[in-house]
Design a binder for this molecule. Sequence first.
Ligand code: SAH
Length: 349
Amino acid sequence: MKEILADYNFTELKRLAEEMGERPFRAKQLFDGVMRGHDISGIPALPAAFVQRLLGRFEDCALKIVKTLISSDGTEKYLYKLADGNIIEGVFMRYKYGNTLCVSTQAGCRMGCKFCASTLGGLVRNLTPGEMLSQVLKVNALHGGTPAKRQVTNVVLMGSGEPLDNYGNVIKFVRDMAAEGGINISPRNVSLSTCGLVPRMYDLAEEGLPLNLTVSLHNVTDEERARTMPVARAYKIEDILAACANYFAKTGRRYIFEYSLIAGENSDAAHARALVKLLKGRPCHVNLIRLNDVKERKLSAATERGAQEFLKILTEGGISATLRRRMGADIGGACGQLRAGYLGENGNG
Ligand code: SAH
């Protein structure tokens, strides 16, 4: 694979232009073109000879949208093909306050959560910062957005991959996405979701980035958590909570727990009561969601009634919590479902 132009921020593009013997204003043209979601061959007003030289060193584009599914609730799902043929996916959700794009950070994942389709084939590779950024830029452009008038306003790192398992690239992506004159999405509008890689959670607190930290908890004891999340054998809930407290102390930002309700696993009233005990008094919020059924997995969702009951126990226990709609359930809402289906159909998993 050649290099990805979106891996270069403005400062790096200025150096590149100089290195390639081009005038400094070319860096601005490249930057604006990339931020508008253009392929290199589509960036306006570049001399043909320069384009040819660029294409000798860089991929024309980091990724292409190869399939789009549109849900009855307006949610859209995309399959992207990377320059080396790997497949990742994304979800675009419309909310009252803006539009959120769910971004993938790795092709595949090595965390092995039993309810998640992204990890079925293990980790394929880390995405580069530019490959993450390109997901945002392509979808923004797809919806007629520009850097000045964004159509993607919020980003959640909840696509395939474990963001803290691709730490350096994810941090560069978050910084590049916030760059002035670019797509300029602030870390305040970015949620980083982790299955709980504790040492990296401490690192994150030192970055000086006002990211929204989200932790996939999904159970209340280490033993039960380990049944669906192998990572629970490496990091204890107690240590995750301490890392969250440190994050709050360092950044002043509340944190969020994801809790996917799975029938017979983590969704009894007893679990809800234990969760209240665990989280009482902490500056956090709980996002409940009923498991999205994944046909490759045997687990199934708690009932709607059970979910409402769970929510009630949390709320009455003084825990800030919401039960989220399962957006795009009719188009394969959950992590990795679309990719798993695509790889199955195309026989190259
Ligand atoms: N690796 C990161 C981010 C990607 S997963 C993490 O673990 O947080 C994004 C969220 O979707 C996580 O909370 C994950 O546990 C959850 N998830 C995965 N598969 C799901 C499913 N089938 N139904 C509901 N939530 C799911």
